[in-house]
Structures are given as C-alpha cells and as structure tokens.
Write a protein that binds this ligand. Structure first.
Ligand code: AP5
Length: 205
C-alpha cells in the first residue's frame, strides 16, 4: 500500500501515520523527520534546510525531491509506505507521479483554531520520534526514556507562517489529487483513535 497523508501543520499526520503503520505493517516516511535528523547530524543538507524550517518556509523542491527519491529506493520500503509531509507542492506531486503509483491520498481536514491548540501543546521525543500533547501527557519523559522537547518551529509566529505557506503551496494539492480520483477526505477532529477508525473504514476495498 502506498499512501500520502495530506493536511495542514498539526492536523495529526504524524500521529495517524504511526497508527496506520501499526495496522498495515508498512513504513512511515516523514520529510520533516528526515530533515530534522539531517540537522541533528549537522549535514550540509540539514544546515541548509534549517534556515527554511526555522522561518516556517518550505525547503526547495529540488532538495526534497532528490531526498525522497533516494529514500524510496531503500529495500525496507518495497512493501509499501505512508508519505507524511510530502508532496507539499504541485512540483513535488508531479515528480512523485514519475516514480510512484499511489493507492490513495488521505486528506486530514482540521479547523485552524484546533490546529493552533494542538501545535502549541505538542511535545516530541528526540530518540524514538513519538508525539505527545501536554493535555494528554503531563510527563517530561517519553515511554522510551527520551526527554521530550518542543519543536522550534512550533512558536506561534512561525506556526502562522507555516499555515499561510500551507494555504498558498499545499492546499492546491487537494484539487490536484481529487481530479486524479485519489483523494479521500477525513475529518481529523475527534480523538486520534476515532480518526484512525475513520481512515481504516475508508481504506477497506
Ligand atoms: P513537518 O515536520 O512535516 O511539519 P508539518 O507538516 O507542519 O506537520 P506537523 O509535524 O507540524 O504536524 P502533524 O500533522 O504531523 O501533526 P501531529 O501528528 O504532530 O515539516 C516541518 C518543516 O520541514 C516544514 O515547515 C518545512 O520547512 C520542512 N519540510 C518538510 N517537508 C517538506 C516538503 N515536502 N517540502 C518542503 N519543505 C518541507 O499532531 C500535532 C499535535 O496534535 C500533537 O501534539 C498530537 O499529539 C496532537 N494530536 C494529533 N492528533 C490529534 C487528535 N486527533 N486529537 C487531539 N490531539 C491530536
């Protein structure tokens, strides 16, 4: 199964990707996580990407497309995957179409006010990548032992810019994939488990 999770920042793409991977035994590919790993390793790519991420801007298409193309060639992805955060522009979607046949694009629809609340309380584990929210999890430590942190691009001003960039660059993908008959729209509101159940019901052939 080859899926794309589409939706605004904070819609719950990472949260749902983890649940879908468990359900279908497929791999999660998050371009945001890949870029953060590059930054942590202080690679040339990571340092270049950082100047965009910290402002809430998109990393240039050519950089991202090459990174994803290389990733998808790895053998662990041969049985399927969920792309989270890619594609985010029409150019990225056109490029993806050249080397992948997608089964579906799941669009998580969430009101912007809810998104702001979700992102402002998000905490992430640097070791295993688990995602938490302060309203559901009051601890500072992940179940794996990692010390939770707040992403630097989760500051309110940066989040507002990420949402504006989403509107301008990524929202057009809804019509793009709808025209191709691949779009499946799901309300991303409700608990993570409720959203997961809606997606699972929709993916049943
Ligand atoms: P990226 O890391 O991909 O960020 P994003 O797309 O903005 O999405 P988020 O990770 O913020 O949110 P999410 O939808 O995964 O929500 P989550 O599950 O965490 O990208 C970061 C940056 O990298 C970009 O700004 C850009 O600079 C660069 N980049 C990445 N990909 C790129 C590309 N393709 N092209 C160019 N640049 C790229 O949930 C959020 C919070 O809500 C959590 O606290 C969670 O616990 C909570 N939550 C989730 N679901 C629910 C629910 N149903 N109910 C209640 N709470 C919930």
């Amino acid at each position: 199964m080859r899926l794309v999770l589409l939706g605004p920042p904070g819609a719950g793409k990472g949260t749902q990707a983890a649940l879908l991977c468990r359900r279908y035994g497929i791999k999660h590919i998050s371009t945001g996580d890949m870029l953060r790993a590059e930054l942590l390793a202080k690679t040339k790519l990571g340092l270049e990407a950082h100047s965009y991420i910290e402002k809430g801007e998109l990393v240039p298409d050519s950089v991202i497309i090459d990174m994803v193309k290389a990733k998808l060639k790895e053998p662990e992805f041969k049985n399927g995957y969920i792309l989270d955060g890619f594609p985010r522009t029409i150019a990225q979607a056109d490029a993806l179409e050249q080397f992948v046949k997608l089964d579906a694009v799941i669009y998580l629809e969430v009101d912007f006010e809810i998104i702001i609340k979700r992102i402002s309380g998000r905490r992430r584990c640097p070791d295993c990548g688990a995602i938490y929210h302060v309203s559901h999890y009051a601890e500072n430590t992940c179940s794996c032992g990692g010390v939770l942190y707040q992403r630097e691009d989760d500051k309110l001003e940066t989040v507002k810019n990420r949402l504006a960039v989403y509107e301008a660059e990524t929202r057009p993908l809804i019509a793009y994939y709808s025209q191709k008959g691949l779009l499946r729209t799901v309300s991303g509101e409700g608990s993570p488990e409720e959203v997961d159940a809606k997606i699972a019901a929709m993916l049943v052939p």
